[in-house]
Design a protein around this ligand. Structure first.
Ligand SMILES: [Zn+2]
Length: 170
């Protein structure tokens, strides 16, 4: 276990750049169990304003999201892309440093789209999205932050040395 932790840490350092990862659903308001279409959500202005007035507002943002609705065949890729696109437009209006939006579109052992109901490394609870971003943007994960909702995703972020933050506390 100890060795495993050390290995995770070293693979997480790919450069010096630091970012703030933000769980997508923290930035939107919607009714029901999930947001399926871009017309179904509104920007969560209060959360965005909290971020913008915080000490972290100088960092580039990478939005991450587990798009399990796609694997469950409740949402199409076009609908997911449309949410990403409209969210990007509304955030960039207020904050230009949105670097990327990364989705895991898989959901292991679920009953839905067979090709997507598989085990994957990009699931936020496995940390693949953080690692992919580290490679793509030469990040130092130990100097980066994760603004989160789901505890299970925050736990894995901590294993990569990422500092975790709650919106209520920034
Ligand atoms: Zn995945």
């Amino acid at each position: 276990m100890k060795n495993n932790k050390l290995k995770l840490r070293s693979s997480a350092e790919r450069g010096n750049k630091k970012v703030i990862f933000i769980e997508r659903d923290l930035l939107i308001n919607y009714e029901g169990p999930a947001c399926f279409r871009s017309v179904d959500y509104q920007l969560n202005d209060s959360h965005l304003e909290s971020f913008l007035s915080s000490e972290y507002a100088n960092l580039d943002i990478i939005i991450i999201h587990h798009a399990k609705e796609l694997a469950l065949a409740q949402q199409t890729l076009d609908q997911l892309n449309s949410i990403d696109h409209s969210l990007k437009e509304s955030i960039i209006n207020k904050y230009p440093n949105l670097l990327d939006q990364l989705n895991c579109i898989h959901h292991q052992d679920a009953d839905g789209n067979e090709a997507l109901c598989v085990s994957c490394s990009c699931h936020p609870s496995k940390g693949g999205l953080f690692l992919d971003a580290a490679v793509k943007y030469s990040l130092s994960l130990s100097q980066s932050y994760y603004l989160y909702i789901k505890e299970e995703f925050a736990e894995v972020a901590k294993r990569y040395g990422i500092s975790t933050l709650k919106i209520e506390n920034i």
